[in-house]
Design a protein around this ligand. Sequence first.
Ligand code: ASP
Length: 310
Amino acid sequence: MNKFSLAIHGGAGTLIKGMMTPEKEIAYKNALRNALSKAYHILENHGTAIEAVAKAVVELEDSYLFNAGKGSVFTTDGTHEMDASIMDGKDLNAGAVSLITGIKNPITLAKDVMEKSEHVFLAGEGALKFAKSLDYTLEDKTYFFDELRYQQWNEIKDTDSFQLDHSLKKDSKFGTVGAVACDQNGNIAAATSTGGMTNKRYGRVGDSPMIGAGNYANNKTCAVSCTGSGEFFIKGVVAYDVSCLMEYKGMSLSEAASEVIQKRILEIGGDGGLIAVDAKGNIAMPFNTEGMYRASRISGEKEKISIYTN
Ligand code: ASP
């Protein structure tokens, strides 16, 4: 049996250490543990990497703690516009959605784009029409309402500024979510989902739904899910860059992931982190922010759940 493994994240950049209360830390860790164990269970029972990453992300989307699905941040119009993508390293199949509202689990819709349409990327109204054709029901705004997110938005809604969760230096909540997995057959997959940036406008789309930028999987190299300053992750084509360093330069997973996060993204002015696996089940989780909500488990080993650098 191949070694199998799973890693998840709930966003890079966390509450600054002094503002994290023991209660909040427990809540975040419990949410990560829940998502990790449900997805790990799938891998343990011979499920596929794609099933595992989709399950992990659904669980994180259903938590109000993270900036995805239920916990998505507010746009400048007081709505929620969510982005998600998923990719199968076995055959490079991929699905992505962007600028969607009312969908409880954007990652499920991205997976449906991959499996039930002839396309890779559907956006806005069109993506919602596709969802309706598959009998999705739309949640109303109250499902996505969260007091703290609302306050974050209220503080800046009449200004031109927009905010990445992880750039806030005060008591707040964070977190695009993602998962990467290697299953018992050595197939790997990646999934990423986000509400984007508070007060975003003009149909702003970040890296999370962009194949190659915020999300990528290829059995030959690695599966990657990113979190951070999306504009820079797009310019750096970060997820694909990790894959390229492995494929063309022969770097190991951890060398390639560190090169991109500790060097290349910083050089162009970006910050954040990523989680990655290779087809041997190795895991890398580098970040250059104060913390990154993260959890991982390799078969035969114990789970690891961390927020800060220790
Ligand atoms: N990368 C995401 C975006 O730019 C945000 C994040 O990771 O927190 O939409």
